[in-house]
Write a protein that binds this ligand. Structure first.
Ligand SMILES: Cc1ncc(COP(=O)(O)O)c(C=O)c1O
Length: 394
């Protein structure tokens, strides 16, 4: 499978997947084929326009299969951040002073700041769900206190992009729904690591970025079409009023959307399935296999880091994505990352926009070092990282 990823041939250990994965040949080829075949803007009278329309429809169906949505509930945008701003702006028009929202200290700032800024504009109270800084858990029980009759929205991540914590989103969403509130789930970090099912999660909105799961640099928002039908974003007068189109601003990146479909097909083929299985069934089987494979690799990574003196590993949540966030005493995260880069190991340093969590952990402004595993990593990648860190602390 690693041979399907041309970038991996440079010999580096790509442990930066949490900030963006490499792409397989099939995705590159699908994007190139879309351009080679001739594209036109949508709704024209000619074949190239129809090809673009088919690509968009195909990509909506693919993302729907990836996350358990329906194609008409899939909105594309340039990034999860811009989609969050789009929805926060639209939803907050119905908020009135005295209403409340709940954000979490675990989240990437893209599922925090858009909501806070919208709340400030609407005179809405912001409540905070706190992380247990020892375990890295986001206890769901606290939401019973945070959520009340005026709660309009709860924004929570399906997985931390630094310490990996996978919170009990179904429980949190259930509490939001019990008072008529909505649950906006950031699925950007979770989607590449675990089977995604927006219904099981209780997510009213779920964002995912294709570039975190072997696709191109764009994002999608999944929601029930009926819910999207109740939300009106700012839009141009002649652009479509229909869902999901009215949430998409301007011309879509058609060729990249062909790459989105290819990326989902790539994921769906990672584990064997019965020939009669639907793509949704194949995605679920593959992502379960990915979760199991990554768990074994992560145990090697986390166990290896824990054995090293002067290394602090943050977070030990019961359920977590395979992402390690660690510091080395008396060495800045950037120096650690540079030391590893010199050994062909790509890791991130900084807060990775988990700004609230890093502030709470006292790690701002330098953050820590993040090594994120994805399905194309193997034990040799992990061992190179461990040897590089061991070399630094010896
Ligand atoms: C958990 C999480 N949420 C949101 C984002 C932002 O995604 P995008 O770059 O698509 O805005 C990231 C990106 O690193 C992330 O890891």
């Amino acid at each position: 499978m690693r041979a399907l990823y041309p970038a991996l041939a440079d010999g580096n250990a790509y442990l930066d997947g949490a900030a963006g994965t490499q792409v397989p040949f099939s995705v590159i080829d699908a994007i190139a084929a879309a351009y080679r075949g001739g594209l036109g803007n949508l709704d024209g009278a000619f074949a190239a326009s129809a090809r673009s329309g088919a690509i968009v429809a195909g990509a909506r169906a693919a993302v729907a299969d990836l996350v358990g949505a329906v194609p008409d509930g899939v909105v594309f945008g340039p990034s999860a951040t811009s989609l969050a701003y789009r929805i926060a702006d639209a939803l907050s028009r119905a908020w009135t002073p005295g209403d409340e929202i709940v954000v979490s200290r675990l989240d990437h700032d893209s599922n925090v700041r858009p909501w806070i800024q919208a709340a400030v504009r609407a005179g809405v109270t912001v409540k905070w769900a706190e992380v247990d800084l020892v375990t890295g858990e986001l206890p769901a029980a606290q939401y019973a206190e945070l959520i009340g009759p005026r709660t309009r929205l709860v924004a929570v991540t399906a997985a931390s992009n630094v310490i990996g914590t996978i919170p009990d989103v179904p429980a949190i969403a259930g509490l939001a729904h019990a008072v008529g509130g909505l649950c906006y789930v950031d699925g950007v970090h979770a989607t590449p690591h675990v089977p995604a099912d927006i219904t099981a999660l209780g997510a009213d909105f779920y964002t995912t970025s294709a570039y975190k799961w072997s696709g191109p640099h764009l994002a999608a928002l999944a929601a029930r079409p009926e819910l999207l039908g109740t939300v009106w974003p700012d839009k141009l007068a002649p652009s479509s009023n229909a869902v999901p189109w009215r949430f998409e601003r301007g011309t879509l990146p058609f060729a990249d959307l062909a790459g989105v479909t290819a990326a989902v097909d790539h994921l769906a083929a990672l584990a064997p399935s019965a020939p009669s299985a639907s793509r949704r069934e194949r995605v679920l089987a593959s992502m379960a296999a990915v979760e199991a494979y990554e768990a074994t690799l992560f145990a090697r990574l986390a166990g290896g880091l824990a054995r090293l003196d002067r290394v602090t590993l943050y977070g030990k949540a019961a359920r977590r994505a395979p992402t390690a966030f660690f510091g080395v005493a008396d060495v800045t995260p950037r120096t650690v990352a540079e030391h590893l880069a010199a050994r062909g190991v790509n890791v991130w340093d900084g807060d990775n926009y988990a700004y609230e969590l890093c502030t709470a952990l006292g790690l701002e402004p330098d953050g820590a070092v993040r090594a994120g595993l994805v399905h194309y990593n193997d034990a040799s990648d992990v061992d190179r990282l461990l040897e590089g860190v061991a070399d630094l602390v010896k």
